[in-house]
Ligand binder design. Structure first.
Ligand code: GLP
Length: 260
């Protein structure tokens, strides 16, 4: 895993957006895997700026979101459909028919999950997957104990996630208990992955994800098995990492490395 540590959230968001833009400039019809949460908001803002001011084009892009709350309709302000529309889709030129977000209101979850996996395949697979991380080390809604080979499915949220996400709802009781989520196995099939981590409250999760043992208790640690992962952290999130000097050394020495 390549680790980039920046002073501020703004800087890491700009770097992550630059990475997405590089992929789109190389492959204008790329398939993006997208995440919700407060973490990628800065990156989405920068992508919107790049679209508006530098002509970054999404007209041939396809997107697949990681997850959605069960029982929450797309019109609900806390649905991930709504989040994506407000934070990204309505500001860029991605064709609406190319946008996929798991349904939280289907009457047949098993069939929907199988269809979602098939759609990803039919679109040629995900070129670049964007990920945040939960404070319990989860990616998407793959809570502790999720199989590292799991596929898109219905998943019960952990209490810690319900507590963490309660800040977005009026009452804790309003936080959904179930989600529909891409599996760890689904995520690991992406060609390339970027993992965004910011804030002191994610420092422990970051340590397990980047330097811990690969285990289903911290599903982000499975990313260590993937050959093309870049992690973008701010210094607060990197606070518990032991190899920071080494990661910075690698970044410093990279420009001078012999070309392959
Ligand atoms: C939810 C989402 C994850 C996200 C996590 C962290 O659990 N399913 O995809 O990474 O929240 O959210 P935040 O970035 O708001 O801390």
């Amino acid at each position: 895993m390549e680790v980039h540590i920046k002073e501020t959230y703004e800087q890491m968001s700009i770097d992550a957006a630059r990475k997405v833009a590089d992929v789109l400039n190389t492959k204008p019809n790329a398939v993006l895997g997208l995440a919700t949460g407060s973490t990628p908001q800065g990156m989405y803002q920068e992508l919107v700026r790049l679209h508006r001011e530098e002509g970054l084009d999404f007209s041939q892009v396809t997107t697949f979101n990681l997850d959605e709350y069960v029982g929450v309709p797309p019109s609900h302000p806390q649905s991930y459909h709504y989040f994506m529309h407000e934070n990204l889709f309505k500001h860029i030129n991605v064709p609406p028919q190319n946008v996929y977000v798991p349904s939280g209101t289907t009457d047949n979850y098993a069939a929907f999950c199988a269809w979602y996996e098939q759609r990803i395949d039919d679109c040629g697979g995900i070129d670049l997957q964007v990920l945040g991380i939960g404070s319990d080390g989860h990616i998407a809604f793959n809570e502790p104990g999720s199989s590292l080979g799991s596929r898109t499915r219905l998943k019960t949220l952990a209490k810690q996630t319900i507590d963490d996400n309660a800040r977005f709802f009026e009452n804790r009781e309003d936080v959904p208990i179930y989600s529909i989520t891409m599996g760890v196995g689904t995520i690991l099939e992406a060609e390339e992955i970027i993992l965004l981590i910011n804030g002191e409250n994610k420092a422990e999760a970051a340590k397990h994800a980047i330097e811990g043992a690969v285990c289903s208790q911290y599903t982000a640690s499975a990313l260590q098995m993937h050959p093309e992962v870049t992690a973008y952290l701010d210094t607060a999130a990197a606070g518990k990492l032991e190899m920071t000097e080494y990661y910075n050394w690698i970044q410093k020495m990279k420009p001078g490395a012999p070309r392959l």
